[in-house]
Design a protein around this ligand. Structure first.
Ligand code: FE2
Length: 280
């Protein structure tokens, strides 16, 4: 009798824990934003940029898969940090149809801009179906540019002495990093924006040394403790999240994303990163 009672109580507790962790994974962690602070030592950084901040926002994923009021709230919170530079590393929408343009318009009213400047690259989702709709990418680019966010498509841009290089997306139709890396100048203070971290393993870097800011993986969104996340959209499974020293002078930072593809997260909180610039 006692034993049966014990099993019954155990089963109820087990079901309770399951329901609670399900609720947590669905309703709490996907919206539990973390602002991650990191130092960013950069070679040739001019004196006047030492101590300035660069905020990375990645994988916003505005669409129908979660309530994007959360993104608006996240942007409002991010504005409180008054970043000097802001960079966006792709996937502004989860594209289904033209409704995402209107939704993005609404969210961009609350975007974060850097006081010195704002740069961006596109991700695969910004290219619509099969990552191959040029018209979708053009529309999103125009929306970003209207919001004072410069989209770098295998291009570079100097903002106040920081040279920001941006690659177009690896899985989409305009990936051509050689166009900009042909002109790579190692005497500048450079950083590179590249949506998909798998690009780190390609022969396109022309001797680049410095930081590469990426997104795309969302950190896998769900990660069992002490194990790798089972769902990672990259070939190189080392490229999950956070800072990775590529041991050839390149340092990769993979942001865990502010938005999500599906509204589930476990042990991988959404992230906005704030780097403090220093001279290497
Ligand atoms: Fe993404």
């Amino acid at each position: 009798m006692r034993r049966r009672n014990f099993i019954k109580k155990g089963a109820i507790a087990g079901i309770g824990c399951g329901v609670l962790s399900g609720l947590y994974t669905w309703q709490i962690e996907p919206f539990w934003l973390e602002f991650v602070q990191q130092k960013m030592p950069i070679q040739n950084l001019p004196d006047h940029l030492i101590g300035k901040t660069l905020m990375q926002i990645s994988d916003v994923h505005v669409g129908n898969r979660f309530d994007y009021q959360y993104i608006i709230d996240a942007f409002k919170e991010a504005q409180q940090f008054r970043p000097d530079f802001v960079v966006y590393t792709g996937d502004y929408v989860s594209y289904e149809d033209e409704r995402q343009f209107e939704q993005l318009e609404e969210v961009l009213k609350h975007r974060v801009n850097g006081s010195l400047g704002t740069a961006a690259v596109l991700g695969n989702h910004d290219y619509g179906k099969n990552w191959a709709e040029q018209a979708v990418a053009n529309h999103i680019t125009n929306q970003l540019e209207k919001a004072d966010i410069t989209v770098l498509k295998n291009q570079q841009m100097d903002i106040a002495g920081l040279n920001i290089i941006g690659f177009d997306d690896y899985w989409a139709i305009n990936f051509a990093p050689e166009k900009v890396m042909n002109q790579y100048d190692n005497s500048k203070a450079n950083i590179i924006l590249c949506h998909n971290p798998d690009v780190c393993d390609l022969d396109v870097w022309n001797g680049y040394k410095g930081w590469i800011l990426a997104g795309h993986t969302h950190g896998g969104q769900c990660k069992p403790p002490f194990l790798n996340p089972p769902m990672l959209p990259v070939k190189n499974k080392k490229y999950a999240a956070g800072k990775i020293d590529l041991e050839d002078g390149r340092k990769l930072y993979i942001n865990r994303a502010v938005g999500h593809l599906w509204q589930v997260r476990f042990n991988v909180r959404p992230e906005i990163t704030i780097f403090e610039l220093e001279r290497a």
